[in-house]
Design a protein around this ligand. Sequence first.
Ligand SMILES: Cc1ncc(C[n+]2csc(CCOP(=O)(O)OP(=O)(O)O)c2C)c(N)n1
Ligand SMILES: [Mg+2]
Length: 242
Amino acid sequence: MAMRANRRVTHGIPPEQLQEMYRLMVAIRTFEEGVERLHKRGLLVGPFHSSVGQEAVAVGVCTALRQDDVITSTHRGHGHLIAKGAQVKRILAELAGRATGYCRGRGGSMHLSDISVGAIGEDGIVGGSIFLATGAALGFQLEGSDRVAVAFFGDGAVGQGIFHECLNLAAMWSLPVVFVCENNQYAHSFPARRLANAGEVADWPQRFSRRYGPARLLVSLTTCTYVPSETLHPPRSPVAKS
Ligand SMILES: Cc1ncc(C[n+]2csc(CCOP(=O)(O)OP(=O)(O)O)c2C)c(N)n1
Ligand SMILES: [Mg+2]
């Protein structure tokens, strides 16, 4: 079927790339629905958190990344890994507790990583993904590389100190880290707006850059968060060495 796209909403992304993005979103949705069925039948080991409804964020962001850029992820991270190029079979094997899984079946849904594609780790600790990416970004800056790190995290992380510490450091040191907040309005099952006196999530980029300085904070849920590559790989000022 020929694909017609409204260029205003597709940011001039070529049709073949749009198709690939759509294919990835469908792959993530299909995976999550399948996992849910297997979980209900008791065929998986441990808990899992579905990313149904959040596929576009993972795909939109990861499409703009290079393979050597890295992402960190949360307890709801299958979609992030798939979008970054991890192998679906190995994720599923991990969820089933098989030795062919990413952590030989010992880590489960919340500890997936595939270093070879730059998915350097999920973290079940709320906010944990944020410091992992900030640390990776500091490493990139120190070695003078132009790689970037992306932290996916949930709106429930706003109550965690680590969120604020990392925004502060990233802004202060101009670290090549992008914070991507998945605003699903809940901290798992608790209304996220009751967690912190931080106003509307959509206003966070402005609010926190006023407070800490211009860190790169994106907020999205259902809209496809396509990030132009130049936003992720901006020219850098040289690292000050003492
Ligand atoms: C430091 C910490 N406190 C509490 C928990 C228990 N917990 C698991 S998920 C969750 C809420 C996460 O909300 P959010 O980051 O918005 O992710 P969502 O589930 O909405 O995708 C909490 C409090 C945890 N994992 N880590
Ligand atoms: Mg949430």
